[in-house]
Write a protein that binds this ligand. Structure first.
Ligand SMILES: Cc1cc2nc3c(=O)[nH]c(=O)nc-3n(C[C@H](O)[C@H](O)[C@H](O)COP(=O)(O)OP(=O)(O)OC[C@H]3O[C@@H](n4cnc5c(N)ncnc54)[C@H](O)[C@@H]3O)c2cc1C
Length: 413
């Protein structure tokens, strides 16, 4: 069946859904359509994450992440209150576990101050007042604004709100090709003509962008996030969240301990280079051609060794072995043993954008545009946290640069 949309959104993850929601609120009569390749929402990153609403302490004040993370968290908490979505305002601690972590704590405090985020430097005793079993080398930071939300419940609620507001979500509808002169997208379930297109395709955003002649500098590489759960008898050892001090040259925050909305305690995720964008099992979801491309890109990154990439690969691949995973967790909570960590079916893939020529991991969100399309190429963490502030920013970018402006025909016939 052929359709027409004033605004077409490719991808029904948190970014696509919040963009659709923002558009609906601005343009009540516009025809808005979301294309989702799966049979249901939440099958990828947005339904498989840690659910932590980050405070924004990790990001330099000049970054786009800093601009939208803290505000996104505030709006997501208000959304949770309005729609009765489980959300625990539990706070978190970031603990130093070695001398080299201490200067990074100072840097994080500086970010917090620049970004207007609450953060308290505490000594070992001060951290252990909050998390009695935390392993701490001298100091840590308490972030009282961090919360943990049920991300699947957010996706379900947005789906219900959008459907009630006459936004169509078309399932089994991957973008196969695009006819640029007629602004038409081809999918297995029909064609869609669009006025303006938002590419929010997560792990496949670079491939969708290539239909528009964009994204040629970039490739999305998949990194697998494996979790374990804490044996229920031991879960009381954690009050809320314990994070390590991250390597600030890399976009991953490190294995952490998180108590989620239903009380389960997760340890993870890893950031292991994966064989494919949907390689959720050991081999499941890996495709030969894609694995080859990923393997070659990783080899190139490994050789260039920007941002200490080799160390990342070695450390993360090691975490496939339980003893290394346990060692990472025990730095945060020395009382835990291998027996306390149970395997979990929860696994997510983080699509991480690399700059192909410069062989580096992109640290911030990356956007590219044409006259009537906008492409979100690096919706990495904390894109879930940021989404309710990020989506309005994306819509503003679209309205500011399109020519002619995408005043929706539905609102201005
Ligand atoms: C293990 C893990 C832990 C994380 N923890 C946190 C956290 O604690 N806090 C936080 O803020 N963030 C976290 N993140 C990051 C966060 O989950 C992501 O940044 C966010 O979900 C990205 O949303 P998205 O909409 O861009 O992508 P997705 O959720 O992947 O959605 C993209 C959608 O597009 C669809 N799609 C793909 N290609 C096509 C196509 N060609 N045509 C049509 N549809 C298509 C996909 O099926 C998918 O539904 C984590 C991520 C992972 C993997």
């Amino acid at each position: 069946m052929n359709r027409i949309a004033d605004y077409l959104i490719v991808g029904g993850g948190i970014v696509g859904l919040t963009v659709a929601w923002e558009l609906r609120n601005r343009f009540p009569a516009a025809r808005i359509l979301v294309l989702e390749k799966e049979a249901a929402l939440g099958k990828h990153a947005s339904g498989r994450n840690s659910g932590v609403l980050h405070s924004g302490i990790y990001y330099d004040s000049h970054t786009l992440k800093a601009k939208v993370c803290a505000e996104g968290a505030r709006r997501m908490k208000a959304f949770a209150t309005q729609y009765e979505i489980p959300c625990h305002h539990s706070g978190k601690v970031i603990v130093a576990t070695a001398p080299e972590d201490l200067p990074v704590l100072t840097r994080l405090l500086h970010n917090a101050q620049a970004n207007g985020i609450q953060a308290e430097l505490r000594d070992v005793q001060g951290i252990q007042q909050l998390e009695p079993h935390a392993g701490v080398y001298q100091q840590g930071i308490y972030c009282p604004e961090t919360a943990v939300i049920d991300s699947k419940a957010v996706i379900s609620r947005l789906q219900a709100l959008l459907t009630a507001a006459n936004v169509e979500i078309l399932f089994h509808a991957p973008v196969d090709s695009v006819d640029l002169p007629t602004s038409t997208v081809m999918t297995p379930v029909g064609t869609v003509g669009y006025g303006y297109l938002f590419n929010c395709a997560g792990a496949f955003a670079d491939q969708v962008a290539r239909h528009f002649g964009l994204g040629s500098d970039y490739l999305l590489l998949p990194f697998k996030g494996i979790y374990h759960t804490l044996r229920p008898q031991r879960s009381a050892l954690l009050r809320a969240n314990i994070y390590p001090v991250p390597n600030i040259k890399q976009p991953f925050l490190g294995v952490h301990l998180t108590r989620v909305a239903d009380g389960t305690v997760y340890a993870g995720p890893t950031a292991i280079p994966a064989l494919g964008r949907e390689n959720y099992g050991i081999l499941r979801g890996a495709r030969w051609g894609e694995s080859l491309q990923v393997g070659l890109a990783i080899a190139g990154m490994y050789a260039a060794n920007q941002q200490n990439f080799r160390r990342l690969v070695h450390t993360e691949l090691g975490k496939y072995q339980k003893k290394h995973f346990v060692a990472a967790v025990r730095k945060l909570m020395p009382a835990l043993t291998a027996d306390d960590l149970l395997p979990s079916s929860k696994v997510g893939i983080r699509p991480q954008l690399i700059h192909r020529r410069e062989k580096r991991l992109e640290m911030d969100y990356v956007i590219e545009k044409t006259e009537n399309s906008l492409h979100v190429l690096n919706a990495i963490s904390p894109a879930f946290t940021s989404s309710l502030a990020f989506a309005p920013w994306l819509v503003e970018q679209a309205l500011a640069s399109s020519s002619p402006p995408p005043a929706p025909p539905g609102d201005n016939p």
